[in-house]
Design a protein around this ligand. Sequence first.
Ligand SMILES: Cc1cc2nc3c(=O)[nH]c(=O)nc-3n(C[C@H](O)[C@H](O)[C@H](O)COP(=O)(O)O)c2cc1C
Length: 217
Amino acid sequence: MEDTSKLIGERKTLVGPFPPFNPYKRFEYPHELFLEWFQAAIANGEHEPQSMTLSTTDPYGFPDARILILKDIDENGWYFASSSKSKKGKQLEVNPNVALTFYWSLIGRQVRVRGKVMGMGKERSTNDFLNRGIVARAIALLDKQSSILEKRSDFDIALIEQLNRLKENPASVSNSWTLYRVVAKEVEFWQGNEERKHIRLKFNYDGEKWTQNLLWP
Ligand SMILES: Cc1cc2nc3c(=O)[nH]c(=O)nc-3n(C[C@H](O)[C@H](O)[C@H](O)COP(=O)(O)O)c2cc1C
């Protein structure tokens, strides 16, 4: 036990130096600053800056979270794709309120997004689906994400069937594959500091425009 806490406790958190951040620069939309930070994450060697945590709640209000890939951002929101029949897809139908969390350790930055999810409709979801690799498409065509798998070989057999289906008909599309947009109402940018003098900048949408405020660290 002591060894375990030593093992964990000896890890260093927020080892800088980090790029400078001016929280007084004004932005019309938070995704503009997000894009600056995303580019800084790439420039500083972050391997997967597009990986993010999507938090949802189940019908009893019990939180759930998992990592997904960010597909795009624009002034309307943050985009991700998944199956509407998955656990998260069913949770989103009952409660579309979600949070996204990004952490880019090499630049000491965290971004937190809170908002509401909406499905982007058949055409955009189909486009996203068709841009996936063949194995990813075959797996999505199984339409079983998050349901119980009795044995691994069931998956192997079912996957071969779907791969054959795609070879015969490359335009096959999963009906449940959905491109979702998170329409944000709050976005917080957190710049870590080695001395723990962190900077927090919060964007809030008042229904017409975005406002920016500093938060106490
Ligand atoms: C780096 C990474 C990226 C992932 N990207 C996606 C994704 O874009 N879409 C997706 O449905 N699942 C993705 N997953 C798998 C999810 O974390 C999760 O296991 C799956 O969506 C089922 O979640 P659910 O049971 O809550 O619905 C990813 C996992 C990791 C670790």
